[in-house]
Ligand binder design. Structure first.
Ligand SMILES: Cc1ncc(COP(=O)(O)O)c(C=O)c1O
Length: 378
């Protein structure tokens, strides 16, 4: 039997996403996944244990729990008819892309969060990478012309012959924007995003996974105005990555389609109870977000003093930097390995770039000490 004959080519061509393995007692400096390294304090831990111990795990989970729904409606100033939950926002990205017709082009910045492209590909959708501008990773201004029909279509990066004539000569597009962007840490211009939302053939996904670390406002306020807007949220970056809880917000038409393909019991009972508990204790997380922002800005200033890297300002809980001299890459990678430092490195055009998650003050201090040591040898 040839198993390959059963599997879609788009799946065969993928490589599995393998997170780094951590030994229980390792002293790994784990700053690769944009998690929060703040854990619960002792008193909150006890209250949490008391709260969840009554959870009925013999029953299927109740995602319609009224107390939880009210808390979320208040927290996000949104109506519960217009949101659904996901097992992390990864699952919600998957729901969006699974619902699309095959002639829709998935437009994503390059570089950005890798799951948009991976999930689009195994859904057999065409992906168009939008190269971000070199200096500060802003969107190219001509993005507004892309996707519209015109004689110059052939010259644009995302013009596909087979699609451009259908639908009145217009391509249908979905855009994914992490806002702020992962891994670059900047926000794209909200004017450009709103202009894309004005386009009749565009759906625009604003992924606000890191928005709480910035001073920008959520796009949730535009849900009433734009039926082609989708907003994603996650609880992973504020200290609850292990619970796997994300939210998708959209207008009536889109959300009703997504509700049809969302698996019925996708969020487990312990996570639902935990989210209710944590919303009641949200101030604890807010304080940690604030501490992370202060730490990020301090880390940025210290990294900027080093000679071997170029550092980019960030509005998120991580910092992006590039090696000034590509010839030191293998020495730097070996140095990271030797000191048990896990940070994210990239491939292709960005193979000399790294993304470091802002850690606890002690972790950031250690990083600076190590990087200064490396700097002095270059
Ligand atoms: C931009 C962005 N969106 C979504 C996610 C996925 O988050 P979740 O843990 O909710 O699946 C990540 C995770 O790193 C991310 O960077």
């Amino acid at each position: 039997m040839k198993i390959d004959n059963f599997i879609k080519e788009s799946v065969i061509n993928l490589k599995p996403y393998i997170p780094i393995e951590i030994e229980q007692d390792s002293n790994l400096l784990k700053l690769d996944a944009n998690e929060s390294n703040y854990t619960l304090n002792k008193s909150l831990k006890k209250k949490y244990a008391d709260f969840i111990k009554g959870t009925l795990i013999n029953l299927y989970p109740d995602s319609g729990n009224k107390r939880l729904i009210r808390l979320l409606e208040n927290h996000y100033s949104a109506n519960s008819d217009n949101f659904i939950f996901g097992n992390g926002s990864d699952e919600l990205i998957s729901i969006i892309l699974a619902s699309l017709k095959k002639d829709i082009i998935v437009n994503i910045p390059y570089p950005t969060f890798s799951m948009y492209e991976i999930i689009a590909k195994y859904n057999d959708l065409k992906v168009n990478n939008i190269n971000l501008l070199e200096d500060f990773f802003e969107l190219p201004p001509d993005i507004l012309n892309q996707g519209a029909a015109s004689p110059a279509c052939e010259k644009r990066s995302n013009c596909y012959d087979d699609e451009k004539i259908e639908n009145g000569g217009r391509q249908k597009n979905i855009y994914f924007f992490a806002y702020p962007n992962n891994p670059t840490g900047n926000h794209f211009s909200s004017d450009i995003l709103l202009n894309l939302l004005d386009g009749k053939n565009n759906i625009v996904v604003i992924d606000e996974a890191y928005l709480m670390f910035s001073d920008k406002e959520s796009f949730i306020k535009y849900l009433n105005k734009y039926e082609n807007l989708i907003v994603l949220k996650t609880f992973s970056k504020i200290g609850l990555a292990g619970l796997r809880f994300g939210m998708l917000f959209a207008g009536d038409k889109l959300i009703n389609e997504f509700k049809k393909i969302k698996l019925p019991y996708n969020i487990n009972s312990l996570t639902l109870a935990s989210i209710e508990f944590f919303l009641n204790n949200y101030r604890f997380f807010e304080k940690n977000v604030h501490k992370t922002v202060v730490q990020r800005d301090t880390l940025f200033l210290k990294l900027k003093k080093l000679n071997f890297i170029n550092v980019y300002k960030s509005d998120a809980n991580f910092i992006f930097f590039g090696l000034i001299d590509e010839n030191i890459k293998s020495a730097f990678d070996a140095f990271l390995k030797k000191h048990n430092i896990a940070i994210r490195n990239f491939t292709g055009r960005f193979e000399n770039f790294y993304r470091i998650t802002v850690g606890l003050p002690s972790e950031n201090d250690k990083i600076i000490e190590y990087f200064k040591e490396f700097d002095s040898t270059k």
